[in-house]
Design a protein around this ligand. Structure first.
Ligand SMILES: [Zn+2]
Ligand SMILES: [Zn+2]
Length: 336
């Protein structure tokens, strides 16, 4: 079968890969769709950790076509989304219930062969049943939505809150929808690209701000004289992380969700954190949020139908990554 194999920094090959036999607790998935994520780009550029050689792709779903003999929870023909993050269950973090912080965490598409392939071997425990009504492209969003759901949990939005989201990529757009579902009364999205601002406005943002046109802090202050209750940074830049701290009201919460370059830093005035009594939180991957992500997508409470998507076969993986890097569409999806 065809697969996009990452071999080492800047070396990504489309190969014909033989499938090994299934272990007793694994299923074989005929991949329907696999999203391309910033992490994939960073892995290929050598700036995000991975364990090559490995088939990339951690945002995927498909149909079970075979199963190991101990698998009783899933059957052939079933449609499933794959939670790529595999916790050990035994370390100190796992035993505290913090499975996402597992000290031996491994991920499909990062450490173990993932979903940018025609087929993928997956531990049955990582599979979540999907309805037939969800389109294949939408299935590829379960994983990113599950990460955003964790972000929303950690941001602790109260009904009626004012929420500012910085960055209008797929995650920023999903965050915006989730903030509204969580009860935010006033939502602001900050994004320089016009199409992304238009998408956010169409999905109900109270206000969209172009940071190239206006001073963001002034614009936010115009709507929210005290500042925002919650600011969620989804751009992954030190400059926007610094901005996020400025936009929060006294007693507000700032969440760093976007992945800033490793080693980057920002100036922080501790006196302001003290005086404003800021809560600064991080959010990492998707502990116990997969089922909720599926429910939100299945019920249409989160929708990606208006996202511009570019579809590529496995052979087109380089083009798909280029599309992502150059933001030629909101999301690139591999459809094997
Ligand atoms: Zn991802
Ligand atoms: Zn563990």
């Amino acid at each position: 079968m065809k697969a996009a194999l990452y071999r080492g920094r800047h070396i990504l090959d489309v190969v014909t890969h033989d499938l090994r036999p299934l272990r007793v607790d694994e299923v074989l998935i005929d991949v329907e769709a696999c999203g391309v994520c910033g992490t994939d780009v960073h892995i290929v550029e050598g700036t995000s950790r991975s364990n090559p050689p490995v088939v990339l792709g951690h945002e995927y779903a498909g149909r079970i076509v075979d199963r190991g003999r101990n698998v009783s929870s899933h059957t052939e023909g079933e449609r499933v989304a794959v939670d790529p993050n595999i916790a050990c269950g035994e370390c100190a973090y796992c035993r505290k219930g913090l499975v996402h912080l597992c000290s031996s965490l491994r991920a499909l598409g990062v450490d173990i062969d993932g979903g940018m392939a025609e087929y993928s071997i997956v531990p049955a425990a990582q599979c979540y049943t999907l309805g037939e009504e969800i389109a294949p492209e939408v299935c590829a969003f379960v994983e990113p939505v599950s990460c955003a759901v964790h972000g929303i949990d950690k941001a602790r939005i109260a009904t009626g809150d004012a929420v500012v989201i910085i960055g209008g990529g797929p995650i920023g757009q999903i965050m915006l929808q989730l903030a509204r579902v969580a009860g935010a009364a006033f939502t602001t999205l900050v994004e320089p690209v016009a199409e992304k601002r238009a998408l956010a406005a169409a999905s109900g943002a109270s206000r969209v701000i172009d940071p190239r046109e206006v001073d963001v802090a002034e614009a936010v202050q115009g709507d929210l004289p005290e500042g925002a209750d919650v600011v969620i940074e989804c751009a992954g830049l030190p400059a926007t992380a610094e901005l996020a701290l400025k936009l929060a009201r006294r007693g507000g919460t700032v969440e760093f969700f976007g992945v800033c370059p490793l080693g980057s830093t920002l100036p922080l005035e501790p006196n302001q954190v003290y005086f404003k009594e800021l809560t600064i939180v991080g959010s990492y991957i998707n502990p116990h949020t997969f089922s909720r992500a599926i429910a939100l997508l299945q019920q249409g409470r989160v929708t990606v139908k208006d996202f511009s998507m570019a579809r590529f076969p496995v052979d087109g993986v380089h083009e798909a990554l280029r599309h992502h890097r150059e933001s030629l569409s909101l999301k690139s999806i591999i459809i094997p």
